[in-house]
Design a protein. Structure first.
Lengths: 270, 261
């Protein structure tokens, strides 16, 4: 049986295990062992700022995705079948649109002469176009949009399994709808919340396309730090070290969350 | 759903707005692509096929399109058999080792894409695979494998392995019994996996940015480079076509899935 899996395993070993291993090696070896690259990450402000910015943006994106995604998943799990199919279709369609295409759409929507600014000016709400893109705001708006399906789908998967009888039982015992929601539905949906928030947070940590295209050079998230060290400065060691720290952060998060819910339940959504 | 209380109305309006936020950016590129002006105005002043003509008439865009389709097709041809074989092994083995193998095969979903991209770039730079077709295909096979494996493992879960045992007890060897008995029953999940691997290869951007170059640049790399400079409505036309292709493929996958139950 192992022989059957070996061609696939070989591809994985050569194209991801070896490259990431090489990256890790390069971060500590340059004409001899050195921790210089890591010392820089922990001492130079530009690295620190980038890591802290990345964690802040990821946290903000995760919270926003939960606030927007939870009601949608809840609605999809309680409405009649036809409606829930429609809601899920509206969630899944953007999911299968290229991330690049969606970043482009946001660029077109949010730029100075874009649809949003034109609309607001037409309504007379603003006189001058607002700076909605090429900054952190644009990055967050587009990133939440791209990652929202990763929140809604695990949430829906969990909520769909919560028996309706439980809510009815709560009601028959005199609980108000809001009481039943907070005391019965919400606690039972928590595994979905954990799966969705983990997935969104981790994906956001390594996001590259939206901060690069919509961040306007100011939103230097960790992924941009990696690519610039490779492309502009030819600093492979520094890029590798930043990459290793990012990867370790992601793995630690998965390990911690994996103690509470099985990992394939999180990754199954991707 | 009986009363129209204020909280319920607020809830429905909120959900409608969030769904609008989800779908609007995907739809907005369609009217943009048919606009006759370079600057984005909405609604477009008049309709034209100008940007589609620009796309089709441009040799660089056409070359990139050929690369994208060749890469996606080759990726499916390689990743599907490898993924099916691995999924079969995972489903039929009780070895502890196989769980580790399964986890390793899911690695492309766990490692942030930027790290994968840079790592592959380092390795390719050493072995001379940067800016080659084979390099691009290999990377996409790796990225597509988890989709094939996940889909086929799920398909095999609802398949009764006893049927294959029967075929073998009647004298078929393992390979023949797989093709004659098992494969026809999991073909919907194989097709779904293959389609997702195709879409993944077609949409892949970050790895391509680092490892592709010269005449072997996929569409997404050219689009990305064009987007960094200016907003060219030609990209709206290409985006519309790419999105239409994805939706069509997902539609095929989901109707097939339903047919087989």
């Amino acid at each position: 049986m192992l022989a059957l899996a070996s061609p696939a395993l070989l591809v994985i070993l050569l194209l991801i295990v070896l490259p990431v291993g090489w990256l890790a090696w390069q971060s500590i070896y340059h004409d001899g062992f050195t921790l210089e690259n890591y010392r820089r990450i922990f001492s130079e402000a530009i690295y620190w700022r980038s890591f802290s910015l990345t964690f802040q943006i990821s946290l903000l994106v995760t919270v926003l995705a939960l606030l927007l995604g939870y009601p949608i998943a809840y609605a999809a799990s309680v409405v009649p079948k036809g409606w829930s199919v429609l809601i899920l279709a509206l969630v899944i369609l953007p999911f299968w649109t290229s991330v690049l295409v969606r970043a482009y759409a946001w660029l077109a929507l949010l730029q100075r002469t874009g649809v949003v600014n034109q609309f607001l000016q037409y309504l007379g709400i603003i006189d001058e176009p607002l700076a909605l893109v090429h900054n952190t705001f644009g990055t967050v708006v587009a990133t939440v949009h791209i990652l929202l399906p990763f929140m809604v789908l695990p949430l829906y998967a969990t909520m769909q399994k919560i028996p309706h009888d439980l809510m009815q039982a709560g009601a028959s015992l005199g609980g108000s709808p809001s009481h039943n929601f907070w005391r019965i539905f919400l606690p039972l949906s928590l595994p979905g919340v954990l799966a969705g928030t983990t997935l969104v947070f981790v994906l956001c940590l390594g996001f590259y396309i939206t901060p690069e295209l919509l961040g306007g050079g100011r939103t230097v998230m960790v992924s941009l730090l990696v690519s610039r060290n490779v492309e502009l400065y030819d600093q492979w060691g520094a890029a590798s070290a930043v990459g290793v720290v990012l990867l370790v952060s992601v793995l630690v998060i998965f390990l911690i969350v994996g103690r509470f819910i099985p990992l394939d339940r999180i990754l199954g959504q991707k | 759903m009986k009363t129209f209380s204020l909280p319920r109305i607020v809830f429905v309006v909120f959900c409608a707005l969030v769904l609008l936020y989800l779908i609007l950016p995907v739809l907005i590129i369609v009217p943009m692509s048919f606009s006759s002006t370079r600057f984005l105005t909405f609604p477009p002043p008049s309709l034209s096929l100008r940007w589609y003509e620009e796309y089709i008439g441009n040799a660089a865009w056409m070359q990139a399109t050929r690369v994208t389709f060749a890469v996606a097709a080759l990726t499916v041809l390689i990743a599907t058999p490898l993924g099916v074989a691995a999924a079969y092994a995972i489903s039929n083995s009780k070895m502890r080792l196989m769980r580790i193998v399964h986890m390793m095969l899911m690695l492309p979903l766990v490692v942030p894409i930027i790290i994968t991209a840079v790592g592959i770039f380092f390795v390719y730079a050493k072995v001379g695979l940067v800016a080659t077709m084979s390099g691009l295909v290999l990377a996409n096979v790796m990225l597509g494998l988890p989709y094939v494996i996940t889909s086929v493992v799920a398909g095999l879960q609802s398949f009764d392995p006893a049927q294959e045992m029967v075929a073998r007890s009647l004298g078929m060897n393992r390979l023949r019994s797989f093709f004659a008995v098992t494969l026809p029953q999991i073909k919907a999940s194989v097709l779904t996996g293959a389609i997702f691997a195709f879409i993944s290869a077609m949409d892949e951007t970050v790895v391509g940015l680092f490892i592709s170059g010269g005449q072997y640049q996929p569409l997404t790399k050219r689009m990305f480079t064009a987007l960094r400079d200016e907003i060219d409505p030609t990209i709206a036309a290409i985006s519309t076509l790419m999105t239409a292709a994805s939706f069509l493929l997902v539609l095929i996958a989901s109707t097939r899935q339903k047919k087989s139950g």
